[in-house]
Design a protein around this ligand. Structure first.
Ligand SMILES: Cc1cc2nc3c(=O)[nH]c(=O)nc-3n(C[C@H](O)[C@H](O)[C@H](O)COP(=O)(O)O)c2cc1C
Length: 395
C-alpha cells in the first residue's frame, strides 16, 4: 500500500497546492487515492469547502509600508511560523512509508504546528521522537509543536491509557474530534469496498500492526474506536485525565460554539472533516460568519480555527480577517508527501507561505495582527448564512 516512488511530474512544476494532488494521483495506488480524495455522499460538503473561499474577496489597502513582513502566528500560546497548521490525518502510511514521523519532521523544519491523529500508522511515541530528533538537529530553534487529535475510544479504560500515553509523550494540546459519532458515507470507498467483496467474496479486517487505533487502510475504522455515546458530560471526565489545553474539532454551528465556551475549552476547530462526514455540511467559513453575527463574544473567549478546502495560502488571511486564529490544511500535505516525501512537505509549505506573504503585501499589512474584518467582503456568504426562523429565536 505504501508509496515510495516519486512522481514523474517534476516537483519544480508544483506551483500551487493543487499541483500536488495531480502528482500524487500518478503514484498512489488506487485504494490510497480513494482514501484521501474521497468525500461524503455526492461531495456537496467538500464542494462547499472549496467554493466558499472563493466567495470572499479582499479589500486591499494601498500605500502602507510593507517592506518587512511578519507571518508568525501563535496557537494556544505557542508561536508558529505561519497562520496555518497541518490538520489531523489518519494512516499516513497510505501516503508514504515514512508516514507520520516524516510529516512531523517536515513540519518541525518549517516551524509549523501539526495535529497528530489517533488513527496513525505509527505509534504516537515514535512520531514525537521524530519531532524531538528534528528539533535537536535544528538546535531546538523550531517553534513547531505537536498536538494530539483524540478519537474517544468507547472503552474508557482504553481512553484513559491513551490519554496517559499522549501526556507522557509530551503532546502540547488535546484536539477532540466531535463530528464522528459514526464514519461518514464515503461514496468512492463504498464502490471500492463493493468491488473488493465481489472479487474476494469476503472482506478481511485490515489492522495496522503498530497502532491498535489505526486501521491499515484509513476510512474503515477499527471497531470500538469511535464513540457514538460521546456527549458534553464526557468533557468533565476528559479534563480529569488531561490538564493541558483542549480544543474541540468539528463544530459546525454557533450554538455548539456557545456550549463549548460554557465548558471552558481553550479552542474550537470549525470543520466538516474535509467534507468527509455529514452530507451537505456548512463550510467552516459559514460557521465562522454565524459566530461573528450571533455570538461574537466567542472570538474573545477562546481561539477559533477553521479547516477544509484551503488550497491557496492567501485564503488563510480571509479567515484571519474574520477572527480565526489559524487555518488547518489536510489533503495538500498528504498529496505532497505521497508524491515527493520530505521535499514535497517542504515545498507545499513554501508554496502556501509565499502566497501568504505576497498577499499580505498587496493587502497592505505587515503583520497578521493588522488584519481586520473590513479587509474582506463576505457579503455573498452572509447572504446565505443561517438565520433563525423567527426573530424571537434565541441561541
Ligand atoms: C486522508 C484524511 C484523513 C483524515 N483523518 C482524520 C483523522 O484521523 N482525524 C480527524 O479528526 N480528522 C481527519 N481528517 C480531517 C482533517 O483533519 C481535516 O479536517 C480536513 O482534511 C481538512 O480539509 P482539507 O483536506 O480539504 O484541507 C482526515 C482528512 C483526510 C483527507
Amino acid at each position: 500500500m505504501a508509496n515510495a516512488k516519486k512522481a514523474p511530474y517534476p516537483l519544480a512544476l508544483c506551483v500551487t497546492a493543487d499541483d500536488f494532488a495531480a502528482a500524487a494521483k500518478e503514484v498512489l495506488p488506487e485504494k490510497a487515492w480513494v482514501y484521501v480524495s474521497s468525500s461524503a455522499a455526492s461531495g456537496l460538503s467538500l464542494k462547499a469547502n472549496l467554493d466558499d473561499w472563493s466567495r470572499i474577496n479582499f479589500r486591499p489597502r494601498i500605500m502602507r509600508s510593507v517592506s518587512a513582513i511578519d507571518t508568525r502566528r501563535a496557537i494556544l500560546g505557542q508561536p508558529g511560523q505561519f497562520p496555518f497548521f497541518v490538520s489531523a490525518m489518519g494512516t499516513l502510511g497510505n501516503a508514504h512509508p515514512g508516514a507520520e514521523p516524516l510529516l512531523a519532521r517536515g513540519s518541525t523544519r518549517k516551524g509549523l504546528h501539526m495535529v497528530v491523529s489517533t488513527a496513525t500508522s505509527k505509534p504516537l511515541e515514535e512520531i514525537m521522537d521524530a519531532h524531538r530528533d528534528e528539533q535537536r538537529l535544528l538546535g531546538n530553534q523550531s517553534p513547531s509543536r505537536l498536538a494530539f487529535q483524540l478519537y474517544m475510544p468507547v472503552d474508557r479504560s482504553k481512553a484513559k491509557s491513551l490519554i496517559q500515553r499522549v501526556k507522557a509523550a509530551g503532546y502540547h494540546s488535546l484536539w477532540i474530534t466531535v463530528d464522528t459519532s459514526i464514519l461518514g458515507k464515503r461514496t468512492a470507498d463504498r464502490y471500492l469496498q463493493a468491488q473488493e467483496l465481489l472479487e474476494q467474496g469476503a472482506r478481511e479486517r485490515e489492522l495496522a500492526a503498530e497502532n491498535e487505533f489505526g486501521p491499515a487502510f484509513g476510512g474503515r475504522p477499527v471497531p470500538g474506536y469511535l464513540d457514538p455515546g460521546l456527549s458534553w458530560e464526557d468533557l468533565a471526565w476528559i479534563k480529569q485525565e488531561w490538564s493541558g489545553p483542549i480544543v474541540l474539532k468539528g463544530l459546525q454551528t454557533v450554538e455548539d460554539v456557545k456550549i463549548a465556551v460554557e465548558h471552558g475549552v481553550q479552542g474550537v476547530l470549525l470543520s466538516n472533516h474535509g467534507g468527509r462526514q455529514i452530507h451537505s455540511a456548512p463550510s467552516a467559513l459559514m460557521t465562522l460568519l454565524e459566530i461573528r453575527n450571533y455570538y461574537p463574544e466567542a472570538l474573545e473567549k477562546l481561539e477559533i480555527y477553521v479547516d477544509g478546502g484551503l488550497r491557496d495560502g492567501a485564503d488563510a488571511l480571509k479567515a484571519l480577517c474574520l477572527g480565526a486564529t489559524a487555518v488547518g490544511v489536510g489533503r495538500p500535505y498528504f498529496y505532497a508527501m505521497a508524491a515527493y516525501g520530505m521535499e514535497g512537505i517542504e515545498k507545499c509549505t513554501d508554496v502556501l507561505a509565499e502566497e501568504v506573504e505576497i498577499t499580505m503585501k498587496m493587502l497592505g499589512v505587515s503583520s497578521l495582527d493588522q488584519l481586520k474584518p473590513e479587509m474582506v467582503n463576505a457579503t455573498r456568504l452572509l447572504n446565505e448564512m443561517w438565520r433563525p426562523e423567527t426573530v424571537r429565536a434565541r441561541l
